[in-house]
Structure formats: structure tokens, C-alpha cells
Design a protein around this ligand. Structure first.
Ligand code: UD1
Length: 390
């Protein structure tokens, strides 16, 4: 029986794994000589319920078959622990193929372990490059692509980056974006949620259940990159800049645990206040716990603008047509800038204010949907995998 192991570890992985798992499960049995067995491995890189379990549930993924339970640590500790534990799983399960997604430490750790045991590796979201090797994710991307047998790309730049490094063309498959598959699959469930009412951001009772078709204008901020949050000299000016913007409209700030810890450590918590108070007043920078997938989709859909340093959020806002200001000097997802709503403002808060002014006065950039971001990436990947293993 052909066996595929799917690896997931951190929050941005689940929405990429779910559509591939779903599409493989839906393949007609005739496509296979024998039934396909899918094994879900969670490395445990993210373990908090609000960064992991809730996403697995809302995305319709089954419970992981194995959880390696590695938890947090330095890069070497985390990567090494995943490799040691995953090697045992591979010896036990003996898969025909391992599918890894994205660019987190779990991605490179499992790809490397599998390849060393001679198990072919497929990389979903291959070829993306920020060309900024101070980002841990960039190292993970370059190394994972170098050892993968099948490379599934989300945008043209990914194909070009892989061609340039000499990857054989037959290994590269331009399939579109599995994250957009998940967004589309879950958009109806999200629409059932009264996220904005619950946050106090709906315009009134009439908005209940309609998710902010009549929402009051608000901005959404997500921040977790080490280059932004790990030093006081960068985190303080960003929070000050956003706090200034929040005098004009409330800014919702779901706090990533890394950012929460650094804000405490640097004594910067005075820059934000509880979201409920901000929502009542209609201004201010309002922090809350990390939100689940469906609430996040609703917030991105209805925000007047999004400020972020996340990779996935740049793509999701482009698809939703929501203006996005990225607090990074570069992006590994350039199609969100060339075709989408994304504008890179780096850590320049003056630039951020000017771009926000344009957006809030209706002069913001209009985007379009990148090629093949059509909800069918998972099915395209499943077809290639079936062809390979069937
Ligand atoms: C990781 C990924 C990053 C991804 C991000 C999404 C790498 C190198 N980084 O960064 O690419 O964008 O996930 O969130 O793989 N913590 C918890 N609960 C958890 C996990 C972590 O409270 O479930 C806390 C711990 O204090 C930990 C800190 O958050 O030390 C940072 O977590 P870590 O997994 O090291 O990296 P992220 O910043 O989440």
C-alpha cells in the first residue's frame, strides 16, 4: 500500500497540509493499485492549543497519527530533536514519500531526515526566496528545496528561483497556493461567525451574524519576526508608530507568544491595552490572545488595512483584496507586491503612516488575484503525487 507521511509543526503549516490531505483522500481508488495510506505527523514545534489544535480542528484535518512533542528550543535543539524523533517514525512507518510544507524548522528537519534514509521528499511552497539569509526561514527554504524530489510552487518567482539554481525542470510543478484552497474551503464557516460582534467592532446590532459588512473601520496588526520583535530598538518604534496610527482607528493586535514575551521583557506593554477597551473607545492599539483560523479570516476580510510581518498574511490579504502594509524590507512572496495589495514599508514608520493615509483616503493600491490561486492547488498536487506513486 503506498504510504505518504505529511509533516506539520507550526501554525502556518496546517492550512497548507489540509488541502493536500483532503485531495489525496478524495482520489478515486481506481487511481491507485492499492489504497493510499496517509500518516499525519505533528512535530510539536507549536504546542499551545491556540496555535495548533484549534487550527487542526477548524481545517478539518484528522487528529495527527503521531506527535513528536518536541516543543520550543534553540534552532539546533529544535531541529535536532525533530530529526531524532522523526527518524524513528520513518523506520516504523516506512513511507514511499514525505510531504513537507512551508519554511519552518520542522520543514527542513523532516526533509533532511527523510532524504538521508532514501525516502523521496515533496516540498509544498517551494522556490520562495527573500534573499535575506538573516531570516531562519530563508535557510530552511534553500536547504529544503535543494534536497526535495518534487517541488510545488505557488508563484512564478518560485519557478524562476529554482531554475536559476539548476533544479531540473521536471521536478518543478507550478500548482498554485494551498493556503488559498484552505481560505476558500473555510470561508463559509467563517461567514457563520460573528467575529466582529464578539470583538466589539461591529457597527451595531444590525451587524450581528453578518461579520462586519457594516463593521466600523479597524486595522489589524500581526508581528512575530525575530528581526522586528527580538530587539527593543526595532520593536519600540514599530509599536510607537502603530500607536500613532491607532489614534485614527482602532488597531486589533493578536499577540504571538514571542511578541508577548519580548514586549514584557522590554517594558513595552504600555503601548497597548486590552482590546475590549479599545473597541469601546473606537481608538487605540488593542491586544488580544492569538485568534483562531476562522476569526483571523474574518478580521483580514473586513479590516480597512492590515499591518504584518507574516508571510501567509501577505498572501491571504492579496487574495481577499485587503490592503496590506508589510513591516519588512523584503518578501519571499513578490507576487503579492507586483499583482496584489501588498506594499513593503520595512521598519520605516513614516512610510507606514503615508501608505496608511493613502489607503484610508481611498487612494490605496488595487490588486488582482495571482495565477492559479483558485482553490485547486491541493487537487493539482494530489494528481502529481498519484502519478508518481500510483
Ligand atoms: C515559528 C517559525 C516561523 C513561523 C512562526 C509562526 C521557525 C524557524 N520559525 O516561529 O517561520 O512564521 O512559527 O508562528 O520555524 N511558543 C508558545 N507556544 C507554542 C510555540 C511557541 O508559547 O506553541 C512560544 C515559546 O516561548 C517560544 C516562542 O513562542 O520560545 C517562539 O516559538 P518558536 O517555535 O521558536 O518560533 P516562532 O516565533 O513561533
Amino acid at each position: 500500500m503506498p504510504t505518504i507521511v505529511h509533516v506539520m509543526g507550526a501554525r502556518p503549516n496546517f492550512m497548507k497540509v489540509a488541502p493536500v490531505h483532503r485531495a489525496l483522500a478524495a482520489l478515486p481508488p481506481a487511481g491507485w493499485r492499492t489504497p493510499l495510506r496517509q500518516v499525519l505527523v505533528h512535530t510539536g514545534q507549536h504546542y499551545s492549543a491556540n496555535l495548533s489544535d484549534v487550527f487542526i480542528r477548524q481545517l478539518g484535518l484528522p487528529e495527527p497519527d503521531v506527535n513528536l512533542g518536541v516543543g520550543s528550543g534553540t534552532h539546533a535543539e529544535q531541529t535536532g530533536a525533530i530529526m531524532v524523533a522523526f527518524e524513528k517514525v520513518l523506520a516504523d512507518v516506512r513511507p514511499d514519500l514525505v510531504v513537507v510544507v512551508g519554511d519552518v524548522n520542522s520543514t527542513i528537519a523532516c526533509a533532511l531526515t527523510a532524504r538521508k534514509l532514501g525516502v523521496p521528499v515533496a516540498h509544498v511552497e517551494a522556490g520562495l526566496r527573500s534573499f535575506d539569509e538573516s531570516m531562519p526561514e530563508e535557510i530552511n527554504r534553500v536547504l529544503t528545496d535543494a534536497i526535495s524530489d518534487l517541488l510545488f510552487t505557488t508563484e512564478e518567482s518560485g519557478n524562476e528561483n529554482l531554475w536559476r539554481t539548476g533544479v531540473e525542470r521536471h521536478k518543478i510543478h507550478f500548482v498554485g497556493n494551498t493556503m488559498i484552497d484552505s481560505l476558500l474551503l473555510q470561508s463559509e464557516a467563517a461567514a457563520q461567525r460573528d467575529t466582529l460582534g464578539a470583538l466589539g467592532l461591529a457597527a451595531g446590532d444590525a451587524a450581528r451574524g453578518q461579520n462586519g459588512a457594516t463593521a466600523r473601520p479597524f486595522a489589524l496588526l500581526t508581528l512575530h519576526r525575530p528581526s522586528n520583535v527580538d530587539r527593543r530598538e526595532t520593536l519600540a518604534p514599530i509599536l510607537e508608530g502603530v500607536a500613532r496610527l491607532s489614534e485614527r482607528l482602532p488597531v486589533v493586535f493578536p499577540l504571538h507568544p514571542r511578541t508577548a514575551a519580548r514586549s514584557r521583557e522590554f517594558g513595552l506593554e504600555g503601548h497597548f491595552e486590552p482590546l475590549a477597551r479599545v473597541a469601546r473607545r473606537g481608538a487605540g492599539l488593542g491586544a488580544c490572545d492569538p485568534v483562531d483560523y476562522l476569526d483571523m479570516l474574518n478580521m483580514m476580510r473586513h479590516a480597512a488595512l492590515v499591518l504584518t510581518d507574516s508571510g501567509g498574511v501577505q498572501e491571504e490579504t492579496t487574495f481577499l483584496g485587503t490592503p496590506c502594509l508589510t513591516l519588512r524590507a523584503n518578501t519571499e512572496r513578490p507576487v503579492t507586491v507586483s499583482r496584489g495589495t501588498n506594499v513593503l514599508v520595512g521598519q520605516d514608520m513614516g512610510r507606514m503612516q503615508r501608505e496608511a493615509d493613502k489607503i484610508l483616503s481611498g487612494r490605496g493600491k488595487k490588486g488582482e488575484t495571482p495565477d492559479l490561486w483558485d482553490g485547486k492547488a491541493g487537487a493539482r498536487i494530489a494528481a502529481v503525487l498519484a502519478d508518481r506513486l500510483g
